[in-house]
Structure formats: structure tokens, C-alpha cells
Design a protein around this ligand. Structure first.
Ligand SMILES: Cc1ncc(COP(=O)(O)O)c(C=O)c1O
Length: 424
């Protein structure tokens, strides 16, 4: 099946009820035949559902669908994208270890790495930029993962995933890629060597600003068994789950089975079946939504670029954008519908623009059917000081637009009146 078909049908086969929509299994648990069968499910010898913190049939369809779209071997759904980021890293780290990351990150991911992970004894090493050499230089024997956003939010920095994955694998370390902004329709990091893919489903997958959700997807290829010293959690009997040795017992899915049976089972950020259902609805129309939003984003970017009240526009589809070559190579022409621009007049003009939009919604989300505006320096990246803002690629005058499904002329008219208000 092609992507558009997977998005509609992947992972679902109707039961005897012949329901055409994936049913919402709104239940906490599933009953067993007898003690022997219950034991087999608990020992992971029999695939089945038992308690819905760990798995659920509705959520399972979404997991399978996302794994198919990302060319992964398995996936775990979580209650938010932030939980997905946390679980992806926690499945690899312990006190005394480190991760290496590019600096071009969503604000809460940056804060989590910079301030929360160190409280757990895990160091996050920020590379100076996204170049493979800058990242590789920070990897040492205590490094458990390299993390990046394939397209940074909101900096739109594109990472050369293939080169970074090669650098990681030379050093025996997996690459974890947050692919939220790119979406699996434009880019599949696993095809370029990524070992784990993370998503906030809240954005383009859900697509209507109704539902939080996250996903961790395992490529199923990293040779954990070849690195027993670096990855003891996959190579020693797991005390938190019946003494399973993940790399031995689940050679093709060690990472994701541990993420479910240790991470999700013990920390519990489960996605609700109802939210999984809503996210499945979103996924079914994602391809057509993205196509329209990407078309409109180009029109908006070109309109802004012609306007003297705008000092710069960052849109990956522009040939002179510093990230254009990488974007062209990795996105196959599907440039994101999220773009940023600088209001001439600096931070104050950006804030006035933000305050003046009428149709466009002022909020911190993206990928919605509605066009959204954000001023990252006063919201998502507010906690960052000036040096940190520069490090993550957020300028004070930066305005971020996530272009929605309204008629593009209505979007342009709102932008024009807000620019007029912003610049007097
Ligand atoms: C790239 C990226 N990753 C992760 C997240 C966190 O996702 P959520 O808001 O679903 O927790 C976001 C949220 O904006 C994001 O933009």
C-alpha cells in the first residue's frame, strides 16, 4: 500500500462486527480464558490485551498505522508528543550517561534536555549546530543517543539525517529523530538510517487542534546486542519485567518492547482510546490536508517576501533559503506549511502583528485546519534567555505561521491588515 492508503486502512481489519470505522474500545481491561492464558500474555509469549495502560485495540491500530508510515518495526503511542520525547530518551539513558542533541528544538524539548534530564543525572550535550561533525565530536563512551528534529521547530533547520546516522553508527550510538514538522508523508527518517522516530501527533496527524498524542517508533535495526556495555538495559535480565533480556528475546523489536513494558507500564503516559480514534480520523485525511496547506503556505511565503514591512521570510521552498538544498533532498518538494518571518520594526512590531490578527488564531500549536500565529519569543521559547534563543534559532522579531485550510485570499487579507496595524 502507498502512504495515502496506509493512512486510511493500515493496521485495521474489521472483526465479526464488520465496523468500517476503527471501534473505540473504551475499556480498562480484557478478561482472560484462564490463569495459563493470562500468564502467557503477561510473559509476552502470547500477543494479547490485558490492561489498557499497556495496550488497547484502538490504540494498537494507530500504532501499527504509524509504524507502517514510518517504515518501523513497532510503535508505542503516548498521551502527548512531550511524553514521546521523554520515553524515547528514557528508554536508553540512566544516571551517569549523556545524550547529544542539535540545538534546534521545540521549546519544551529544549527545556527538558537542558534542565530536567540533568536532575536525573543525565547530561544533554548541545552541539553548536546541526553539522554531522559537530554532533560526532560530542559523542563519547557514555553517550546513549543522538537526538534531533528532522526540521527544527521553529528554526526550520533541516538535519542531514543520513550523514548524522552514519556518524552515530560509526560510534555505536542510535539516532532518535523527532519527525513532527516533516511528517512521514514527506520524510521517513528510517529510510536514511534513523533508529527511532518520535512524533507529536497533536499537530499534522490530528490536524484539527482537538487532541494531544505522541508516538515512538522503532526502526528495529540497531544492534543492541553488539554493545552490551553501552546498552545494559537490552542485554541484562530486566529486573523491571520478569527478567526478560530484550536484545535476546526480541531481537527485531527490543527497543520498542522495552519502551512499552518498562516505560509505559511503569510511568503510564498512555493514550486514551478515544484520543486514538480522533487521531485516526485525522490521519485518514492528512495527505489531502497537507497538500492544500503546503500550496497555500507557498502563496503566503511569496506574498510576505514581496512586502517591505517584512524584513525576512524563512520558507524552506525558497531556493535561497540556507536549508533549501537539504529540504529539497529530504522532503521531495513537500515543504512544510509552517514558516517564519521577521516583522520590520523588530520584536515590538512582531508582538503588534500577533495582537492584530483577526481570522488567524493566536495560539501555540501547528498543523491545524485553522491558520495559527505564534510569537515564539513570548510563548514557546519564553523561558529561554537571549543566548539560548540565539542557540535554538529563535529571533525576537520572529513570527511563526502555520497555514491552514481557509481560502488563501482570506489568510492574505488578514496578514495584510495585521502588518498595517503592526507597522503603523
Ligand atoms: C517538534 C515537536 N516535538 C514535540 C512536541 C510536543 O508535543 P505535544 O504538544 O503533543 O506534547 C512539539 C509541540 O509543539 C513539537 O513541536
Amino acid at each position: 500500500m502507498r502512504d495515502e492508503t496506509i493512512a486510511v486502512h493500515g493496521g485495521y481489519k474489521a472483526g465479526p462486527d464488520r465496523a468500517v470505522a476503527v471501534p473505540i474500545f473504551q475499556t480498562v481491561a480484557h478478561h482472560f480464558d484462564d490463569a495459563a492464558q493470562a500468564g502467557a500474555v503477561f510473559d509476552l509469549q502470547e500477543r494479547g490485551f490485558h490492561y489498557n495502560r499497556i495496550n488497547n485495540p484502538t490504540v494498537d491500530v494507530l500504532e501499527q498505522r504509524m509504524a507502517m508510515l514510518e517504515h518501523g518495526a513497532g510503535a508505542v503511542a503516548l498521551s502527548s508528543g512531550a511524553a514521546a520525547v521523554r520515553y524515547s530518551v528514557r528508554n536508553l539513558t540512566e544516571a551517569g550517561t549523556n545524550i547529544v542533541t542539535t540545538p534546534y528544538l521545540y521549546g519544551a524539548t529544549y527545556t527538558y534536555f537542558a534542565h530536567v534530564l540533568p536532575q536525573e543525572g543525565v547530561e544533554a550535550r548541545f552541539a553548536a549546530d546541526a553539522r554531522p561533525s559537530s554532533i560526532e565530536a560530542l559523542i563519547d563512551e557514555h553517550t546513549r543517543a543522538v537526538f534531533c528534529e528532522s526540521i527544527g521547530n521553529p528554526s526550520s533547520t533541516v538535519v542531514d539525517i543520513e550523514a548524522v546516522a552514519q556518524a552515530c553508527h560509526r560510534r555505536g550510538v542510535p539516532l532518535v529523530v523527532d519527525n513532527t514538522v516533516a511528517t512521514p508523508l514527506a520524510l521517513k527518517p528510517v529510510d536514511y538510517g534513523a533508529d527511532v522516530v518520535v512524533h507529536s501527533l497533536t499537530k499534522f496527524v490530528g490536524g484539527h487542534g482537538t487532541t494531544l498524542g505522541g508516538m515512538v517508533i522503532d526502526a528495529g535495526r540497531f544492534p543492541w546486542a553488539e554493545h552490551p556495555e553501552r546498552f545494559p538495559m537490552f542485554n541484562r535480565p530486566e529486573p523491571a519485567f520478569h527478567g526478560v533480556v530484550y536484545a535476546r528475546d526480541f531481537p527485531a523489536t527490543a527497543y520498542i518492547v522495552r519502551c512499552r513494558t518498562v516505560g509505559l507500564r511503569n510511568e503510564g503516559a498512555a493514550l486514551s482510546p478515544f484520543n486514538a480514534f480522533l487521531l485516526l480520523q485525522g490521519l485518514e485525511t492528512m495527505a489531502v490536508r497537507l497538500e492544500r496547506q503546503q500550496q497555500s503556505a507557498r502563496v503566503v511565503a511569496e506574498h510576505l517576501a514581496r512586502d517591505p514591512r517584512v524584513s525576512w521570510v524563512q520558507y524552506l521552498g525558497f531556493p535561497d533559503d540556507p536549508n533549501h538544498e537539504l529540504a529539497r533532498r529530504y522532503l521531495g518538494g513537500r515543504y512544510p506549511s509552517v514558516l517564519t518571518f521577521g516583522a520590520a520594526g523588530g520584536r515590538e512590531a512582531a508582538v503588534r502583528f500577533f495582537d492584530s490578527v483577526k481570522l488567524i488564531k493566536r495560539l501555540v500549536n501547528m498543523g491545524d485546519a485553522k491558520t495559527l500565529v505564534a510569537h515564539p519569543a513570548s510563548t514557546t521559547h519564553r523561558q529561554l534567555d537571549e543566548a539560548a534563543l540565539a542557540q535554538v534559532g529563535v529571533r525576537p522579531e520572529m513570527v511563526r505561521l502555520s497555514v491552514g485550510l481557509e481560502h488563501v485570499d482570506d489568510i492574505l487579507e488578514d496578514i495584510d491588515q495585521a502588518l498595517a496595524a503592526a507597522t503603523g
